[in-house]
Design a protein around this ligand. Sequence first.
Ligand SMILES: Cc1cc2nc3c(=O)[nH]c(=O)nc-3n(C[C@H](O)[C@H](O)[C@H](O)COP(=O)(O)OP(=O)(O)OC[C@H]3O[C@@H](n4cnc5c(N)ncnc54)[C@H](O)[C@@H]3O)c2cc1C
Length: 407
Amino acid sequence: MNRPKIVILGAGYGGMITTVKLQKMLGRNEADITLVNKHNYHYQTTWLHENAAGTLHHDHTRIKISDVVDLNRVELVQDTVVSLQPDEKKVTLENGELTYDYLVVGLGFEAATFGIQGLLENAFTINNINSARLIRDHIEYNFARYNNEKEDRQDLLNIVIGGAGFTGIEFAGELGNRVPELCKEYDIPREKVRIITVEASPTALPGFDEELVEYAMNYLESQGVEFKLGTMLKQVNENSIIVEKDEQQEEIPSSNVIWAAGVRGNSIVEETGFETARGRVKVSEDLRAPGHDDIFIVGDCALIMDKENDRPYPPTAQIAIQEAEVTAHNLKTLVHGGSKLEAFEPELQGTVASLGEGQAIGVVFGGKKLFGWKASVMKKIIDNRYLLKLGGVGLLLKKGKFNIFTK
Ligand SMILES: Cc1cc2nc3c(=O)[nH]c(=O)nc-3n(C[C@H](O)[C@H](O)[C@H](O)COP(=O)(O)OP(=O)(O)OC[C@H]3O[C@@H](n4cnc5c(N)ncnc54)[C@H](O)[C@@H]3O)c2cc1C
């Protein structure tokens, strides 16, 4: 094979780290590298809840791809992937097609809606920069409308978060800071506004350490967040939701419903015909799609089982980054004519969930619990470390979070 063509789909954590590693690992004449992405920027998905609440501007979250990828070395194709044809080694884009010798699929996640009635039509999801900024503007517009309506439209001031998992909790934390600012801006008494988190499990943050969950709930409640636990979201209407607990249904007015309870892999991988579970492909140890030695799958599109508990690793940025590092290494081996590929072994460094300005909870260093400002500092260190890995000191100085003790 002369100068193999490597095509990387998606400039998320998985696609970007694969690209920047490969541009360092491979010589200029060893391979042609193409990165395909919808936009000319990469965004930090893990900060989108801040953009959606309006506590952080989205320009802070996004990074121009050309700021970290050498475009003399890597071809950037700004286009939308429509479908994959593995048998023909082809990718169909909205505006053309590409062929490849090796493909890396890093197309990320979609919201899993579990068939809840009206959810797709009437709820928002925190998926990307566009959806985050729409949520911010939608909530702000409804607050602006409130004092212009003849009737008391409580639905405009009720914000419902579907799911008290990681994303739902982090978003609630940001709203705890943002809502008082909006109330001041639009002359609305704070006590008129409700932030309601609906969670089907009997606890918030299912699977997290109990003491940390208690801390998170107490803190968020002190910020005015209400929890409806053990409660199913049954239906989302234009101006209300229907929830059910112990077979009793309740209708709650709300025109601000944000669904944050579950993700699945990008539907393109399922439509390709790969065997999937919740849209994620169960990849081999070296991160290739079963039966396709020329296709690597990274990030939220890939499913890897934790041998210790026989459950899939959760889809996280942390795992996407580590998978991308192994994928880049394995591609280098293949380009150099080798065949012995590295197996992926995740090194879990802990989990930290932010609760808003200067507050977080987390478990790090193999089990150490962190609360409050210490966890918040740790969260910023994790965020800054990623920037350093992606684009060195220059990117860290440009986009890093240095307001260590506050927002
Ligand atoms: C609000 C929020 C907070 C989170 N917090 C954390 C956290 O604290 N820690 C953690 O580890 N994880 C966190 N996660 C999860 C983490 O963000 C994901 O696991 C991670 O983003 C997955 O990376 P990825 O590379 O697979 O995809 P993504 O980062 O989603 O990137 C996918 C890329 O593909 C592009 N793309 C998608 N479809 C197409 C197409 N058809 N054509 C072209 N381009 C396309 C997108 O534009 C995007 O650039 C959080 C997620 C959310 C939503």
